[in-house]
Design a protein around this ligand. Structure first.
Ligand code: ADP
Ligand code: MG
Length: 251
């Protein structure tokens, strides 16, 4: 195995997903490496969210396979994948609105280790969750909001909390579906800065509409159209490909 191959954490091989007669993903093969932001671009309906759902296990593949650190995980549940290190953010649905930021984070940290749910009575494991929660709150800039109710956070802060909740599971892969959606300029800039820090120790798959954000942060870009990969390349290659420009940028 070359050192480059070792860096691949998550990989799809000819992945396919049918919805009735529609191939939402068809023969999609991508490699997601530690230390890289791998952005997926494409018009609405291109299959980007489907790809994230296939990687997280929220959707089953109709064909092809998914490998995590070389292990076939095609048929594993979302929970198993999360416990292995594949972190996926869920918009809103992962947040308990009436709980504080800290409690949301701590509960997420516990979910990574479900056998020890008796933490309430186990003083030795509890600090681990608190530590993971504090670390995630620090890195997402939420530490000063630790004791606020999640429902009282601004939109941008809630998106940060979604990411914090994922980080509490100590993933090495982050699957992010439009993390900047609905954010103001300042919040976006903060999130981009955070992703730039996180990518040093994670592999990040980023689906994002904000082109400026994508080109400022992506190391590799895959362009999808109608469920298939049009091209995977470095940002400069993607920018200069006329086929990509026609299909995606509309000129
Ligand atoms: P994107 O995220 O790139 O906008 P999606 O992955 O959400 O695209 O959708 C790809 C295609 O699959 C679209 O044509 C969409 O209508 C279809 N699709 C997605 N999810 C479902 C579903 N649960 N049932 C039926 N069709 C779906
Ligand atoms: Mg989508």
């Amino acid at each position: 195995m070359t050192s480059l191959a070792k860096d691949v954490l998550l990989k799809t091989v000819g992945v396919k997903r049918m919805f009735g007669g529609l191939a939402a993903n068809d023969n999609v093969s991508i490699e997601i490496r530690r230390g890289q932001v791998h952005a997926v671009l494409g018009p609405n309906g291109a299959g980007k969210s489907t790809l994230i759902n296939l990687l997280s296990g929220d959707l089953a593949c109709s064909g092809g396979s998914i490998l995590y650190r070389g292990q076939d995980i095609t048929h594993l549940s979302p929970d198993s994948r999360s416990r292995m290190g594949i972190g996926r953010s869920y918009q809103k649905t992962s947040i308990f609105p009436s709980f504080t930021v800290f409690e949301n984070c701590r509960l997420s940290a516990q979910s990574r280790h479900p056998r020890s749910t008796a933490v309430w009575s186990n003083a030795s494991t509890y600090p681990r969750y608190v530590e993971a929660a504090e670390k995630a709150m620090h890195s997402t800039g939420l530490i000063s909001h630790a004791y606020r109710r999640a429902s009282d956070l601004s939109h941008g802060e809630q998106r940060q909390l979604e990411l914090a909740i994922v980080l509490c599971t100590e993933p090495d892969v982050l699957l992010l579906d439009e993390p900047l959606a609905g954010m103001g300029l300042e919040e976006s800039a903060r999130m981009i800065a955070l992703l730039k820090t996180l990518v040093q120790s994670h592999a990040i798959l980023l689906v994002e509409h904000d082109m400026d954000a994508v080109f400022s942060i992506a190391d590799v870009i895959t362009v999808m159209v109608n469920g298939v990969v049009l091209q995977t390349g470095f940002p400069d290659e993607i920018r200069s490909n006329s086929e990509v420009q026609r299909a995606y940028f509309g000129h």
